[in-house]
Design a protein around this ligand. Structure first.
Ligand code: DUC
Ligand code: ZN
Ligand code: ZN
Ligand code: ZN
Length: 463
């Protein structure tokens, strides 16, 4: 028997906060009781007095080793999952990609080859559909049954990932039948490409034009359109990386009608803005991602939607590219800057800072960072909570430690931090993944290959 006892901490789940001892056996939580009321013994005892004991974070949107923009994201499954563990995340869901003209199976095999035996924490896959045709639609059924139960489609990136409205409708109809969840990158990519060309013709090549051409209205339009397509198909819809207040309004209106429409935002939209994109000397390239950062005024709508449950999830869309050699590909043309921001290590801390700042409650922090994403993507019960029967994915979190975010101290394989110099209160101290210490008092004690691939159930909001 391999037992660990965590004593004296404040256990916080999405549902409650209690001072409790937590008993772990063979990788699972087996019992909890008010602090000091049981005489449990264990081989390992962790004193969490004065600390929070929270579920490991679930990051439902990452791109590790992702070929994009003529290069590939700079974190491998090994480095990215290690950095995630440092940041208190114990589960991530990455995106396997279907190549045009190829099967979903071929894409999935490629992503398993990159990730299997490499990960420090548990992981699953969504599938990006780049080629919706009869055989793709048939394959979707099998994937849902085997645990790849969510599919990302794009109204953006014509010629790369783009699907037209007919393809989107057909994928949604199939998901309505097989229980899959359609995830949407909602930006009108056809209109955006026109605006990109016009900006470049005017000589507007700097990073800030990336934000100007990817207009908020074009995010709202695609959000509205794909909500209507989902209604026609009778399928649920999950809109990824919501950034614009106008898009939030579309989601809110749909939810007020009782539609099964869900949304996620990311820390970069809550904390960064077009001011960053406008930084001089091409520094703005560090902040080029899509959907783009918005003017600061949009942030209030995102925070409000997180409080009112009009947005249910905060994930990172972690897609790091080094400034040197990668972001620099777009020095003379913002449209050639690889799109994506690093952040898998920062999410739990930035959302704890939101608790400190009064944007959200402690339980809402756990809901949007752990329980919500687990429920959305069929992992809840095993992941996302602290309760008997759950995997012992547990973080001991010091709510009073002060830290300064910096590329000099982070563990992501990228040469800059999107939050360089940002001071936050709170820090991960110790992390268990299925009962095994992966971070022990701020030392990495995990290993590549510890992380297990997780087949997922379907969306638990709909079961
Ligand atoms: N947006 C990004 O910024 N990076 C990866 C893909 C995406 O849609
Ligand atoms: Zn996207
Ligand atoms: Zn993404
Ligand atoms: Zn191990």
């Amino acid at each position: 028997m391999n037992r660990t006892l965590i004593t004296g901490g404040l256990v916080i789940t999405a549902a409650e906060e209690t001072h409790a001892d937590v008993l772990i056996e063979d990788g699972r939580i087996v019992a909890m009781a008010s602090t000091g009321t049981q005489q449990w013994t264990a081989e390992r005892v962790i004193d969490a007095t004065g600390k929070y004991v929270i579920p490991g974070g679930v990051d439902a949107h990452t791109h590790l080793d992702f070929p994009f923009g003529g290069t590939a994201s700079s974190d491998t499954f090994e480095t990215g999952t290690r950095a995630a563990a440092w940041g208190g995340t114990t589960t991530l869901i990455d995106f396997a990609v279907q190549s045009r003209g190829k099967s979903l199976r071929a894409g999935l095999d490629t992503w398993h080859a990159k990730s299997d035996a490499q990960c420090a924490i548990d992981y699953g896959f969504h599938m990006i559909l780049s080629d919706v045709n009869e055989s793709t639609l048939r394959e979707m059924d099998g994937l849902v049954a085997e645990g790849v139960s969510s599919f990302k489609l794009f109204t953006a990136y014509p010629g790369v990932f783009y699907s037209d409205d007919g393809q989107i409708l057909r994928a949604m109809q199939r998901a309505a039948d097989n229980g899959g969840l359609i995830m949407m990158h909602a930006e009108n990519g056809i209109a955006i490409d026109v605006l990109v060309q016009q900006a470049l013709e005017r000589g507007q090549t700097a990073p800030r034009y990336h934000g100007e051409v990817r207009r908020a209205l074009l995010e709202a339009e695609a959000t509205h359109r794909t909500i209507q397509l989902a209604r026609v198909a009778g399928s649920p819809l999950y809109v990824v990386h919501v950034a614009a207040q106008e898009a939030v309004a579309e989601l809110t209106a749909a939810r007020d009608m009782g539609l099964p429409v869900f949304g996620e935002t990311c820390p970069q939209y809550l904390y960064l803005s077009t001011d960053n994109l406008a930084e001089p000397d091409f520094e703005g390239a560090k902040y080029v991602c899509s959907t783009p950062l918005r003017p600061r005024e949009h942030q209030a709508a995102l925070w409000r939607a997180l409080r009112t449950n009009d947005l249910q999830v905060v994930s990172t869309d972690h897609c790091p590219f080094c400034f040197a050699g990668q972001k620099e590909l777009g020095r003379d043309d913002f449209s050639k800057i690889p799109n994506g921001l690093p952040g898998v290590e920062n999410r739990m801390d930035l959302l704890h800072q939101a608790v400190v700042d009064g944007h959200i409650s402690r339980r809402r922090w756990i809901e949007i960072a752990c329980a919500g994403p687990a429920r959305m993507f069929g992992l809840y019960g095993k992941k996302g909570t602290i309760a008997p029967g759950a995997d012992a994915d547990v973080v001991i979190y010091d709510p009073t430690a002060e830290q300064v975010m910096s590329a000099a101290t982070h563990h992501m394989n990228v040469d800059y931090s999107a939050y360089e110099g940002k001071r936050v209160t709170g820090q991960v101290e110790t992390v268990l993944s299925r009962g095994e210490l992966v971070i022990d008092q701020r030392k990495f004690t995990g290993h590549a290959g510890h992380g297990q691939y997780m087949p997922r159930a379907t969306c638990q909001y709909l079961q």
